[in-house]
Ligand binder design. Structure first.
Ligand code: V47
Length: 384
């Protein structure tokens, strides 16, 4: 074990925050398993074996987007472009209605859209209000900080006024997308026509001040350096020190298909696991680290549960952003399967709601109603 690593281990064991140099040293430390084991110590100190998931649905209501992020495979510039779509409100509401009618309940809808130049603000407020009308208990985690900032500029409102109006319509919390890498050098090259780091952080600051919770992300494995990754995480940690409003950090591995950066190789499994571990060690004040199975792949996500992650996200259903960028994961995972994946990794599954209140654990997790197609795939009998 190197002297630098031993020093970091001592700091972690004494509960001291790590520095930028420590973060870089963790990326450079040759023994991945040592970094992982240290992250696992922190993960188990915070959560034991508990591993969270929820029942959720993703709605990407439009992929029309004024911004041209070079890593994005989902966006289309104009409404008439090949593959461009915008859901009618009825279509978007219908997604939830179908779940309610199928008695396949969810607790959260995750909504992320393109920056559509032609939609009125009422499209977004009506979208939220209509969903709440169908299922008043649903938690709406909607619109990245980039979208909120865009609304403020486009509709001539303050960030606070946008958040208050969306909240009055049913918004409950913000997802963590749009953060990418905060370093100006990188943003200039991959996403120079949307909100910058300070604007992204300011939206979350205001949301936290209004009492809302949010998540945060980092898009890694493209043109950024290790120092820029660590700097990104430390900026999130500094805002968390100020507000305490972040719940979960989600490292997002770059997917290189069908976008302007497609010549770059995707990050390897070792890079993924190391990034999870470094995140858990640097972000001592953010309670959860999520291994988003759609993006990581189920097998790496399962392994990440031993490298600092304590959450797998949820059932998801019909994710588009990663599938258009080459993800080979299924578009939905039944809770029965999520529980199996977690238990098989030697962890304890806990169904949560968006705010990490426990929905079911232990015997209450017995899942009586698998999807019919899930059952057919396994050659089991349908139990009604
Ligand atoms: O902001 C886009 C990223 C994000 C690609 O808050 C890409 O619980 C990799 O933020 N390769 C959207 N990444 C997804 C997101 C998210 C996902 C799950 C849970 C939560 C949460 C948030 O996906 C975007 C961008 O950073 N992204 N294209 C790509 N080709």
């Amino acid at each position: 074990m190197s002297a630098a690593f031993a020093q970091i281990r001592d700091k972690i064991q004494a509960g001291q925050p790590l520095t930028l140099e420590d973060g870089v040293a963790l990326y450079q430390h040759h023994n991945l398993m040592e970094v992982g084991a240290l992250a696992n110590e922190v993960r188990e100190r915070l959560h034991g074996d508990r591993t969270y998931f929820n029942r959720n649905l993703h709605i990407n209501a439009t992929n029309v987007c004024e911004a041209s992020c070079r890593f994005c495979s989902f966006a289309r510039l104009q409404p008439g472009d090949k593959g461009a779509y915008t859901m009618t409100l009825e279509e978007a509401w219908g997604r939830l209605r179908a779940r309610v009618e199928a008695q396949d309940p969810i607790t959260e809808i995750h909504i992320v859209n393109g920056l559509h130049p032609g939609l009125p603000f009422s499209y977004y407020t009506d979208l939220l209000a209509g969903l709440k009308k169908i299922q008043p208990s649903i938690h709406l985690k909607a619109f990245t900080a980039v979208e909120i900032f865009y609304f403020a500029k486009k509709f001539g409102m303050s960030i606070e006024a946008v958040l208050q109006a969306l909240r009055a319509a049913g918004l409950d919390s913000l997802p963590g997308g749009g953060a990418e890498i905060f370093a100006a050098r990188v943003r200039k090259k991959i996403c120079d026509d949307k909100s910058d780091a300070d604007q992204w952080l300011e939206v979350h600051r205001v949301a936290h001040r209004l009492g809302m919770r949010s998540n945060c992300t980092m898009l890694y494995g493209h043109i950024e350096t290790v120092e820029e990754r660590v700097d990104h995480m430390l900026r999130l940690r500094a805002l968390q020190e100020e507000t305490g409003g972040f719940q979960t950090f989600i490292p997002l591995a770059f997917h290189p298909e069908n976008n302007a950066l497609m010549k770059l190789p995707a990050p390897t499994g070792a890079e993924d696991l190391r990034t999870y571990a470094v995140a858990r060690l640097l972000l001592h004040n953010i309670p959860h680290v999520k291994a988003y199975w759609i993006m990581l792949g189920v097998k790496t996500a399962q392994t990440a549960l031993w490298f600092g992650a304590d959450d797998l996200d949820g059932t998801v259903q019909e994710e588009r952003i990663y599938h258009m960028a080459g993800a080979e994961t299924p578009q939905v995972m039944h809770p029965t399967e999520i529980v199996r994946v977690i238990q098989n990794a030697g962890r304890t599954p806990v169904e949560r709601d968006t705010l990490y209140n426990v929905v079911a654990e232990g015997d209450a997790l017995s899942l009586k109603k698998p999807f019919r197609r899930d059952v057919q795939r396994r050659g089991l009998e349908v139990v009604s």
